[in-house]
Design a protein around this ligand. Structure first.
Ligand code: SAH
Length: 233
């Protein structure tokens, strides 16, 4: 972590500029595709959180030119961080408020969790690949994200001890929303997840829990995510 911090310091002003440019790209992209968010695009609050989150410190190369292009980035083990616009879109759709407790399934690099940490009171995030969980834990700890807890495991079952949740963000694709996640969502809460086959594109879906046993669901955009895998136990 010390070496990373030193490397990062040397390129910091350039990285800051590239990150600010990425935020502008997200803004422009949202305007050109107004159908997706239907409104003015991501809120200033979400854009500010993205502007404060150092994406280059979450990717293996630590390269700003790679980190701040509006593209997905590989994080090893066949996994990727989504394109920044999709990260912004999912964060916006989750409607996270400062007093919220949020669950993320699919920690990956920890980047999305870090953005959520700027917006919520507490973030709990689950990752199924041990080395990704370990690296994300170290990265988040190194950057002093104290309101994020990372757990190794299959996120299908959620994390009841950490909830109930005001918002849930799932960053891997599955044919249906895991029922335990709906159970752990508060009434009035939202779950955002790519629903569909892992090997084609999926519908980015927003599920709202309107009563203890009632949800409404809407498909927002066509997206392409890595598969949601299940542990064998
Ligand atoms: N949100 C991440 C990127 C997610 S890529 C980031 O910001 O970097 C999707 C992640 O979901 C991968 O790391 C993958 O290992 C993880 N994943 C897939 N199935 C899972 C499951 N059942 N439980 C927890 N994590 C899972």
């Amino acid at each position: 972590m010390v070496v990373v911090a030193r490397e990062a310091t040397a390129q910091e002003p350039q990285c800051d500029r590239e990150r600010a440019a990425m935020v502008e790209t997200i803004r422009t992209y949202a305007r050109s595709d107004a159908s997706v968010l239907g409104r003015q695009g991501p809120s200033e609050r979400v854009l500010e959180a993205i502007g404060r989150t150092k994406r280059h410190l979450f990717i293996p190369e630590r390269s700003c030119s790679i980190a701040y292009a509006n593209k997905p980035v590989s994080i090893g083990h066949g996994q990727t961080i989504s394109q920044p616009f999709i990260v912004a879109l999912m964060t916006e759709l989750a409607e996270v408020a400062p007093d919220h407790v949020v669950l993320e399934v699919g920690t990956g690099s920890g980047y999305q969790a870090a953005i959520l940490a700027h917006l919520a009171r507490k973030v709990c995030t689950i990752e199924i690949i041990p080395s990704l969980a370990e690296t994300a834990t170290k990265t988040l700890r190194g950057l002093a994200y104290e309101n994020v807890s990372v757990r190794l495991g299959d996120g299908y079952a959620g994390w009841p001890e950490c909830g109930p949740f005001d918002a849930i963000v799932v960053t891997a694709a599955l044919g249906q929303v895991p029922p335990p996640l709906i159970e752990q969502l508060k009434v009035g809460g939202r779950l955002v997840m790519p629903v569909g086959s892992a090997y084609t594109s999926q519908q980015l879906t927003v599920v709202e829990k309107t009563a203890p046993d009632k949800t409404t669901s809407r498909a927002v955009a066509l997206v392409r995510f890595v598969p949601f895998t299940r542990s064998k136990e």
